[in-house]
Design a protein around this ligand. Structure first.
Ligand code: TXA
Ligand code: MG
Length: 344
């Protein structure tokens, strides 16, 4: 099967919607990352999503809806707190875990009695969901465990020939995945930091518990496999230096010098102002943009990782970032991308 690259013209969108209704897979842009969409109520389409990604059947999918009003289609009940969050943040980069409606196949939820739901804000995603007229299950449109795609080229690099079509809507604005919040616990539990900050959630619903590292039991029970330690990873090994920025950068520089002396290729992924301090070293660089602008860094992160990967460095070096606001999600993704975290 050749994967069609579609534009966002009304005719192309109508075609994409028809493909979805027929049970075919269509990747599309959302405000966070590109999603690999399939008809959420069609078991064969759902199975095809797992097959195309090489994703284990134990890792549940997010169901995407055109509007908050469609929630009763996929959720058995809507806790008051979830309704408040939907009002505050939908359409937008927030995924809510809710009780599953029996209509949603267990294949979508990996056997759970809960379902992950989100109403995306991207105009192309929204138009596609409206035209399809069905709930659309969509994980990030990458091979399992790989870096999430923020452009149609990234999608094709991972999935060309494995899906019917990708809608090219340009680079995704936020660049990292949605925040995943479990609304079936009291207080609600942050399972994955993302496009909506913890501070913003707490301003609406009060205290939120934060699930940090999964326990072994959870790794095996896979409460939310997005929590698995290594995930969102580049192909080449990434070492992350964590600690006060100046100290982390000094250690990173020393490591780069050692690797260069050994004749190895070194890639560095850093805020722009850090790169200036390394400009005397013959390293491959990708800038995240200004350290003072976490939104800009999030927008760049995955594209920068892929760009570095494409230059085949023996090792990629990065440093931890400040974790306020969107920074929490950035730091989370860097940690998952890392083969090793060096505490300085
Ligand atoms: O921004 C996003 O969320 C993107 C776009 C396409 O919407 N999607 C995305 O999907 O990142 P995916 O499949 O890559 O990540 C979904 C995360 C996984 O960590 C999964 O384990 C978790 O949500 N999840 C899904 N259903 C769940 C459930 N019922 N309980 C707990 N975690 C769940
Ligand atoms: Mg993913």
């Amino acid at each position: 099967m050749r994967t069609q690259r579609l534009d966002t013209s009304p005719a192309a969108m109508a075609h994409a919607a028809e493909l979805l209704r027929r049970g075919e897979l269509v990747a599309f842009p959302t405000e966070t990352v590109y999603g690999l969409g399939g008809h959420a109520l069609d078991e064969a389409a759902v199975a095809a999503i797992f097959a195309a990604k090489g994703r284990p059947a134990s890792d549940p999918l997010i169901v995407h809806l055109a509007a908050t009003g469609d929630l009763p289609l996929v959720a058995a009940t809507i806790p008051a707190l979830a309704a408040q969050l939907a009002t505050a943040f939908w359409p937008g980069p927030l995924t809510l875990i809710l009780p599953r409606h029996p209509r949603v196949p267990l294949a979508v939820t990996a056997g759970r009695e809960t379902v992950a739901v989100r109403v995306p804000a991207h105009p192309v995603a929204h138009a596609l969901l409206v035209a399809a007229g069905v709930p659309v299950a969509a994980p990030s449109a990458n091979r399992f465990g790989h870096t999430s795609p923020t452009t149609a080229d990234h999608v094709l690099a991972d999935l060309d020939g494995r899906i019917a079509a990708v809608i090219d809507g340009g680079a995704t604005p936020i660049g990292i995945e949605s925040t995943v919040l479990d609304c079936t616990t009291t207080p609600p539990t942050l399972l994955r930091p993302g496009g909506i900050s913890l501070e913003a959630l707490e301003a609406v619903v009060g205290p939120v518990q934060v699930r940090t590292r999964p326990t072994d039991a959870e790794q095996h029970g896979l409460t939310s496999p997005g929590l698995l330690d290594r995930h969102y990873a580049p192909d080449h090994e990434l070492w992350l230096f964590s600690g006060p920025p100046a100290t982390a950068l000094a250690r990173l520089r020393a490591e780069a010098e050692t690797l260069l002396k050994a004749g190895l290729r070194v890639g560095v992924l850093l805020p722009a102002e850090d790169l200036v301090l390394l400009r005397d070293l013959p390293v491959e660089t990708e800038s995240l943009g200004p350290a003072s602008d976490p939104a800009a860094m999030a927008h760049r992160l995955y594209a920068a990782l892929r760009a570095l990967d494409a230059r085949h460095p023996d090792r990629i070096l990065a440093r931890d970032l400040d974790d306020a606001g969107l920074g929490r999600a950035l730091r989370d993704r860097l940690r998952r991308a890392a083969a090793l975290v060096v505490e300085v």
